[in-house]
Design a protein around this ligand. Structure first.
Ligand SMILES: Cc1cc2nc3c(=O)[nH]c(=O)nc-3n(C[C@H](O)[C@H](O)[C@H](O)COP(=O)(O)OP(=O)(O)OC[C@H]3O[C@@H](n4cnc5c(N)ncnc54)[C@H](O)[C@@H]3O)c2cc1C
Length: 250
């Protein structure tokens, strides 16, 4: 049980087999030996706060907090709660954390896809603050994620995902936001690779070219896994974008 971030960081560097322990829901499925399991739960990283220009969400905030907190429900058309509501079940979401989800940057991650479309930034204890997009593209980091900061500039947003059954992993997820200048940010995840932005579709949407955006989102790289084939994902991507646009019109 780390008493400070510095202590947690020193323990993390002590051995290659040290691991930060968040909700432990993913870690417990692995068989890698762990020399030091570093619990962050007494470091006050479980708060959600609104500052002048961003919403700051601590790494130990659970998915359930994200779903129920009044600030996350009110901000960004409520897409953060929407993005996590189909993840497994209530007990699971009361344990799994946002920090564990973002640090692990799973390709299928629902909250990572939503955060990318909101231009979120991640804050690490040593490496400091960086764009989530930069983090998603960077090599593995041995550091402690302390919080996620989301600029308050998004005016409207929509989160969409397709699942075979409600609590399964997503077949595809897509998230769209529009800021006060009318500029769009679009991310597509569970392709099944990591979420990525589709800048060509964003430019089309900024100019009101919906057809162009629907074409562009189909051109992203998609892959095949046990849930769906690449061609199916390509089709679904434009369907999810249409649904997002419809929702943002309403
Ligand atoms: C059965 C199952 C189904 C799931 N379905 C979905 C789904 O449909 N959609 C979805 O988006 N997600 C899904 N997930 C993932 C889940 O939502 C969480 O992302 C996952 O459990 C990790 O969160 P955790 O808090 O349990 O992290 P842990 O398991 O504790 O940690 C995960 C990894 O992150 C590291 N870590 C954790 N916190 C930090 C930190 N602050 N700084 C540095 N490193 C850190 C740990 O060392 C570990 O390597 C699923 C997981 C499981 C087990």
């Amino acid at each position: 049980m780390a008493g400070s971030l510095q202590e947690a960081y020193e323990l993390l560097l002590k051995s290659r087999q040290s691991r930060i322990l968040a909700g432990g829901m993913w870690l417990r499925l692995g068989s890698t030996p762990i020399s030091h399991a570093i619990d962050l739960s007494r470091l006050g990283l479980d708060t959600i706060q609104k500052t002048e220009d961003c919403l700051e969400i601590g790494a130990m905030v659970t998915l359930r907090q994200l779903e129920c907190d009044v600030l996350t429900r009110e901000a960004f058309s409520g897409i953060l709660p929407t993005s996590v509501q189909s993840i497994v079940g209530t007990q699971f979401r009361s344990t799994a954390t946002l920090g564990g989800s973002v640090y692990a940057r799973f390709g299928f991650s629902d909250p990572v896809c939503a955060l990318l479309s909101l231009r979120a930034r991640v804050v690490f204890y040593k490496a400091g603050e960086m764009d989530l997009e930069t983090y998603l593209a960077s090599p593995p980091v041995r550091d402690i994620l302390t919080c996620v900061r989301i600029p308050l500039s998004s005016q409207a947003a929509s989160y969409q995902s397709l699942r075979h059954t409600r609590t399964d992993f997503p077949v595809l997820n897509l998230s769209l936001s529009r800021d006060e200048q009318g500029l769009h940010t679009l991310s597509v995840g569970a392709r099944p690779m990591k979420a990525m932005r589709c800048r060509e579709a964003e430019s089309c949407l900024d100019c009101g070219d919906t057809e162009g955006a629907l074409q562009a989102v189909r051109q992203l790289p998609y892959g095949t896994n046990m849930r769906a084939g690449a061609e199916y994902r390509q089709e679904i991507a434009s369907v999810l974008l249409e649904r997002a646009l419809e929702e943002m019109k309403a």
